[in-house]
Design a protein around this ligand. Structure first.
Ligand code: KIV
Ligand code: NA
Length: 266
């Protein structure tokens, strides 16, 4: 097939080619992201915020993830697909394996992503031993927002930095084929990137990771609240939509088109 595999991702890392990853949650956006050259598409549990209107990612269910991942699979052709395991689907190795198997069997994605540090090592090992490709995710892990006491930069002090170094090495050792570093200080993210063989995929962690990931809505300005400061939107799709809808509403009320479709009876 034309789809990238984890061996292609490993080869990119070896030759120093950056991995470009974005989220998508539906077939149309997946098709656009895919045809624009993204190497990996993440069906992120950020869909809880972006699509479902929740305040955090905690309410997102495995069924939510499966529905959206299946749509992204149908819309895309080339990118390697990674589906987040949501909060509550990652408990012990056995439960996590059953849930990851459901995602793979019901959606056709190639990999799952698991948020968390050392506690996730036996879970990642279990999945990898059963033939599942896993992306790890450390630093700011939004599923743990209440336990962490908010959203903030990680790795600032030596205790936090030492823990992140250990987590990254252990998760690579457990068999993860890539690791997301979210809101990790750029210097530490660069250091961790150098210390690993697998690619680090950064978000809000500076330019020296082996790849980058962003929520697609934050990249294209499809938001009603300001995006995170690291996002640097490349477009303002929200105003494109508001202008188009505003014109449509005005034209409709003025009875000037759009012209209704009339089926001729002859
Ligand atoms: O859910 C998500 O979109 C993510 C990325 C921001 C890494 O986990
Ligand atoms: Na996520």
């Amino acid at each position: 097939s034309k789809r990238l595999t984890i061996r292609d991702i490993a080869a990119m890392r070896r030759r120093g080619e950056a991995v470009a990853m974005l989220t998508a949650y539906d077939a149309t956006m997946a098709a656009l992201v895919d045809m624009s050259g993204a190497d990996m598409i993440l069906i992120g549990d950020s869909l809880g915020n972006v699509v479902l209107g929740h305040e955090t990612t905690l309410p997102v269910t495995l069924d939510d993830m499966i529905r959206h991942a299946a749509a992204v699979k149908r819309g895309s052709q080339r990118a390697l697909l990674v589906c987040d395991l949501p909060f509550g689907a990652v408990i012990d190795p056995d439960t996590t394996l059953v849930n990851a198997m459901r995602v793979l069997k019901e959606t056709g994605v190639e990999a799952v992503k698991i948020e968390g540090g050392l506690a996730m090592v036996p879970l990642v090992e279990k999945l990898v031993n059963h033939g599942i490709a896993v992306v790890a995710h450390v630093g700011l892990t939004p599923q743990h927002v209440h336990q962490m006491g908010g959203y903030y930069i990680h790795g600032k002090d030596e205790t936090s930095a030492a823990r992140l170094r250990a987590e990254a090495l252990a998760l690579e050792g457990a068999g993860a084929f890539a690791i997301v570093l979210e809101c990790v200080t750029p210097a530490l993210a660069a250091e961790i990137t150098q210390s690993l063989t697998i690619p680090t995929i950064g978000i809000g962690s500076g330019k020296d990771c082996a790849g980058q990931v962003l929520v697609i809505n934050d990249l294209i300005g499809l938001n009603i609240t300001p995006p995170p400061s690291f996002a640097k939107p490349r477009a303002d799709v929200a105003s494109v939509i508001r202008t188009a809808v505003g014109e449509y509403v005005a034209e409709t009320k003025a009875k000037r088109g759009p012209v209704p479709l009339v089926l001729r009876a002859d």
